[in-house]
Design a protein around this ligand. Structure first.
Ligand code: ADP
Ligand code: MG
Length: 706
């Protein structure tokens, strides 16, 4: 390996065709420092040089295509704003195509030659029958003769500075060609065991690198892409599975072997309903985990309203029956408070001391709680990340439940385990809304998974309807009708920090308009938003819960946790401004009672394509898992809150919404290998071990998990 390693580590300026000046630019502009970095910086698209299209065959707008023909005219056109564009006419033996450039008109006007034959490349748009190609790449046939390769030419990400220093696409291709010619299979030793290559029919690592840069056919390109995607996910999975095993060896937890009086009393006398089969199944899984000294690390997924809270409570009672304490950590104060309320309500008179802790609990109150935790008097503590501060000490923490609305940092999760010196608490991670399977595999690949895939019986499907402003009068009528039936209504306004002032004004205006249609004293309206004092918020909430008010005008502060079963209408204003999972959470505030519930999505007439897609998804389905999939597809994982920093989603080629099959295969083989050789000690696994070690260096924060 020694020698190969040296070649790969070659500083970028020593790579043939680069030199100190360009090397500096590669470093500064693209963060490419070594030969290896360059080799593993893949093209983001290709120019298809394998076929020439004919103008007459272009029927619809589509991908970039290549054409061969003559530039027959060129004309510089000055627009009113004094910005000039260049317009050209191009023809092949089958038709005409307009070319247009909005930038660089002067320069192009000088260099392009009318009457000459060109190979052009770009994307055709069609507007009322007229075909146009904007900013085509132009290459004189006379000059292109050498470079016409009948392959796919790679196109790499570039910056303005690079283009200015002569590192344009052509130059980059030349450098890559030379580099790839100088690399031998020994430089890129195969890291996957032969049986995987055979079973999956994927190409070797060496071929993949050659083909990802210069594929000669579509199939080479696909083979290379799939191989690289597989590896990207495979090593991450190996790493996650290793840390899972490592933890199992390193941490011991207490075995909760008895199902005692608290659990039994609660189950037989206080539980007001029959558990769903899904809840029973999940509790069984948890009980089995808690029953032995291997630390539980389980993810509990379930849709909004599927009844995760009761599962959490029953698990905590098992811990308490066995002489241990439990905690629930929630990402926001409101959510923590909500858990506190539901848990204390559910427990009724059962002799279990429950406490609440957040940053806002200070002084004497805080001291009493801290003392109660240390003495073991407090059995359940519910709070925010204030729970992981080092002053918080338990007598015996046996079970830590982490409710992740949008994921705590993995490191934060881990720090809860360190609350106990000898025995680590069992850990149950709950998600507030479902997350797609592939995302769960990535972010929680080191956990076991339980899913509640069934809602409690008797729930009526919420009817979701999209309306424009013109339907406002009918909406008001509808609200009157529902209120007359004794129902209550939420109206939610968007509020984001960047436009907070305007958003609050909108809410205020909406509220005042509402007062005209629902005048006091016949009607009462609550208003709740994040800028209010928490005392005032509570008071308004309380008025709504006690049915003193019929309408609650609010921002997304009610997104999570609020449970008012009599509320059956959720009206969302400016729906286009909300994200999908947020909308699903909001909709989950209704449909909690026996009545038919409605979710009405109000929007402006003008909505972006993505906004339309989100609304269509909401109207189409109530299923949180489906919505999560759609959300991932629309936004991509990078946008999903809290995941950016994790580094776990740092893939170059893999798309976790589209590449499910590859991910499943990678996980499958990762499990197989780790079960067979957990420390990767066998010879055939040496190169996997090296790749995984590289991952560890790349992401130190992530490594802190274990
Ligand atoms: P989530 O999974 O969204 O946290 P909750 O735990 O808040 O859901 O449960 C939603 C509602 O359903 C609560 O009012 C809860 O009491 C009720 N619930 C939970 N399980 C059942 C069940 N098996 N049968 C009937 N109602 C249930
Ligand atoms: Mg909940």
């Amino acid at each position: 390996m020694g020698n190969n390693q040296n070649i790969m580590d070659t500083p970028i300026e020593y790579v043939k065709g680069i030199g100190p000046v360009k090397g500096d630019i590669f470093r500064k502009e693209l963060n490419i420092h070594t030969l290896q970095d360059l080799l593993f910086t893949f093209p983001f698209r290709y120019i298809d040089r394998t076929t020439f299209h004919q103008i007459k065959d272009i029927k619809a707008e589509g991908d970039n295509i290549q054409l061969k023909g003559t530039l027959i005219s060129i004309e510089k056109i000055k627009s009113k704003s004094n910005r000039s564009r260049l317009q050209g006419m191009f023809k092949d033996s089958t038709g005409f195509l307009e070319l247009v450039w909005f930038q660089g008109a002067t320069w192009l006007d000088k260099t392009l030659k009318v009457g000459e034959e060109y190979i052009i490349y770009g994307r055709v748009t069609i507007f009322s029958g007229k075909k146009t190609m904007a900013h085509p790449e132009m290459e004189l046939i006379s000059e292109a003769a050498v470079s016409i390769s009948k392959t796919f030419d790679p196109v790499y990400r570039s910056t303005e500075k690079m283009d200015g220093k002569g590192i344009d696409s052509k130059n980059r291709r030349k450098i890559m060609k030379l580099l790839l010619q100088s690399i031998t299979p020994e430089d890129i030793p195969e890291s996957l065991p032969p049986f995987i290559l055979e079973k999956l029919r994927i190409c070797s690592g060496f071929d993949a690198i050659q083909w990802i840069h210069f594929p000669q056919t579509d199939s080479q390109r696909e083979l290379a892409t799939n191989r690289i995607k597989f590896e990207e996910f495979f090593y991450v999975q190996i790493r996650l599975l290793q840390s899972k095993i490592y933890r199992k060896h390193k941490y011991r937890s207490a075995a909760f072997t008895t199902i005692g009086s608290l659990f039994n009393t609660f189950y037989s006398t206080l539980l007001e309903f029959e558990l769903t089969n899904a809840q029973k199944k999940v509790i069984k899984e948890i009980r089995s985990d808690l029953g032995n000294t291997t630390q539980m690390n389980r993810l509990l997924q379930g849709d909004v309203g599927s009844g995760k809270t009761i599962v959490a409570l029953l698990s905590m009672l098992i811990a308490i029956d066995n002489g241990f304490q439990s905690c629930i950590m929630a990402p926001t104060e409101i959510l923590a408070q909500q858990h506190y309320t539901s848990i204390t309500t559910a427990l009724g008179d059962l002799p279990v001391q429950v406490a609440f802790l957040s940053g806002s609990i200070k002084g004497k109150k805080r001291e009493i709680i801290l003392a109660g935790l240390k003495s073991g008097e407090i059995k359940i503590i519910i709070g925010t990340h204030a729970l992981i501060e080092h002053q918080v000490e338990f007598q015996h923490l046996g079970l830590a439940i982490v409710d992740e609305q949008h994921r705590f940092g993995v490191a934060q999760r881990a720090s809860l385990w360190k609350k106990n010196d000898q025995l680590a608490p069992h850990v149950l991670v709950m998600t507030a809304t479902p997350i797609p399977r592939t995302l769960a595999m990535t972010l929680y690949g080191d956990l076991d998974v339980s899913v509640i895939d069934e809602l409690p019986p008797g729930r009526k499907e919420i009817q979701t309807i999209h309306k424009f402003e013109s339907a406002r009068p009918q909406l008001i009528q509808f609200m009157h009708k529902e209120i007359a039936k004794g129902r209550q209504i939420y109206i939610v306004y968007p509020l984001i920090e960047e436009s907070e002032k305007m958003d609050l004004q909108n809410l205020q205006d909406g509220y005042e308009k509402l007062l005209q249609y629902f005048p006091m004293p016949d009607y009462q309206i609550s208003v709740v938003h994040g800028r209010m004092k928490s005392k005032d918020k509570d008071w308004e909430m309380q008025r709504f819960i006690s049915k003193t008010t019929q309408i609650m005008v609010a921002t997304t502060v009610i997104e999570v946790g609020v449970n008012v079963p009599n509320a059956s209408v959720m009206i969302i204003e400016n729906t286009e401004r909300f994200g999908l999972s947020q909308l699903h959470q909001l909709r989950g505030r209704v449909g909690r009672g026996a009545d038919q519930s409605y979710c009405i999505l109000m929007t402006d007439y003008k909505i972006s394509k993505e906004g339309k897609e989100r609304i269509a998804t909401m109207v189409r389905t109530n299923n949180g898992f489906e919505i999560a999939e759609a959300d991932l597809k629309l936004r991509g994982p990078g946008d999903i809150q809290g995941t950016q920093q994790s580094g776990l989603l740092d893939f170059k080629l893999l798309n976790i919404s589209a590449d499910k099959q590859i991910m499943d295969a990678a996980r499958h083989y990762a499990i197989q290998i780790i079960e067979d050789d957990p420390r990767l000690e066998r010879d055939v696994h040496q190169n996997i071990s090296i790749q995984v070690a590289k991952l560890r260096i790349k992401n130190k924060d992530w490594a802190r998990v274990s």
